[in-house]
Ligand binder design. Structure first.
Ligand code: HEC
Ligand code: HEC
Length: 252
């Protein structure tokens, strides 16, 4: 094949080198040096900006500066945006609605693009690193009881916190959401400055709360001892009455 076009093997190499060189001159040296990662980031920043202008700017302003419909998010950071978007709190359908957890409105790639764009608006916190599997349950429990249980309940079931606010149950919160919530402090929840180890411990404990041990036997949908006791009483009394009536029937 090479022989057919009259080229020796090294001739082909020269040809390839010349082609690459010409391409580099045309597209410019920067692109070659930048590498795929950076090109991707530019692409997702553009996608993020487009999504933001469409879905968020009407309330938060075109540069995140805020409007009468929504607060400034210049310093919400990747952590703030990721938390709000993954838990479906944002976008709000109307400015006066409360933030609630719901299925996310965007897919994974769109969330990443929006998060990159919001992070680029200012100097907000990054998404915290957290690995629940290396956390210590005993330390996590201490941190949880001291800082979170007052609002979210000792079992993570949630509760009212006054001022018309409700601390949600933590059953849907994965380690990333837990860590982000402590960094962000959404709504009436305070922000906490935990270190990496404390975040791992805390996340491990919240994971444990998702699957609590049941030393007393069947949990009966986790409704608590009164309902469980009632169920035991009800089943027991019906059985006893049935047995009593059956054995006590007079012979004819
Ligand atoms: C209809 C208006 C509206 C739209 C649309 C909207 N937001 Fe919001 N956003 C709000 C309001 C109001 C708050 C404050 C809510 C609160 O504190 O309970 C808020 C809060 C936030 C926060 C937390 C700010 C903080 O400092 O606590 C972030 C981050 C955020 N929005 C990002 C977004 C993103 C990203 C989008 C687009 C996908 C979006 N929002 C769309 C109205 C809106
Ligand atoms: C003063 C009460 C209060 C304290 C203390 C508190 N939280 Fe919260 N937390 C809230 C409220 C209220 C919300 C809902 C905020 C919103 O939606 O705007 C919330 C939201 C969350 C969420 C999001 C849940 C979801 O599924 O969307 C997580 C996770 C969370 N808190 C974890 C924690 C952890 C961990 C601690 C302890 C380090 C803690 N909170 C301490 C009140 C509190």
């Amino acid at each position: 094949m090479l022989a057919a076009v009259g080229l020796r093997p090294y001739g082909a190499l020269v040809l390839i080198a010349a082609t690459v060189g010409a391409w580099a001159l045309i597209v410019g040296p920067a692109t070659l040096v930048a590498g795929a990662g950076q090109v991707n980031q530019v692409a997702s920043l553009d996608t993020g900006r487009a999504l933001y202008l469409q879905g968020c700017a009407s309330c938060h302003g075109s540069a995140g500066q805020g409007t009468p419909n929504g607060p400034s998010i210049v310093d919400a950071g990747a952590a703030g945006a990721d938390f709000e978007l993954r838990t479906g709190r944002m976008p709000l359908a109307a400015p006066s609605l409360p933030e609630v957890r719901q299925p996310p409105a965007y897919d994974e790639a769109q969330i990443e693009a929006l998060v990159a764009f919001v992070a680029s608006l200012g100097n907000g916190p990054a998404i915290p690193d957290v690995v629940a599997s290396v956390g210590d349950l005993a330390r996590g429990r201490q941190i949880y009881i001291a800082n979170c249980a007052a609002c979210h309940g000792a079992t993570g079931a949630g509760g009212t916190v006054g001022g018309g606010f409700v601390a949600p149950g933590l059953d849907l919160a994965d380690p990333r959401t837990v860590a982000e919530a402590t960094v962000v402090g959404p709504g009436p929840m305070p922000a906490f400055a935990f270190d990496r180890q404390q975040l791992d411990d805390l996340a491990a404990y919240v994971e444990e709360l998702h699957h609590p041990p049941h030393p007393g036997g069947l949990p009966v949908a986790e409704v608590g001892p009164v309902a469980e006791g009632f169920l035991a009483f009800f089943v027991g009394i019906v059985t006893l009455v049935a047995v009593a009536r059956w054995t006590g029937r007079a012979p004819r």
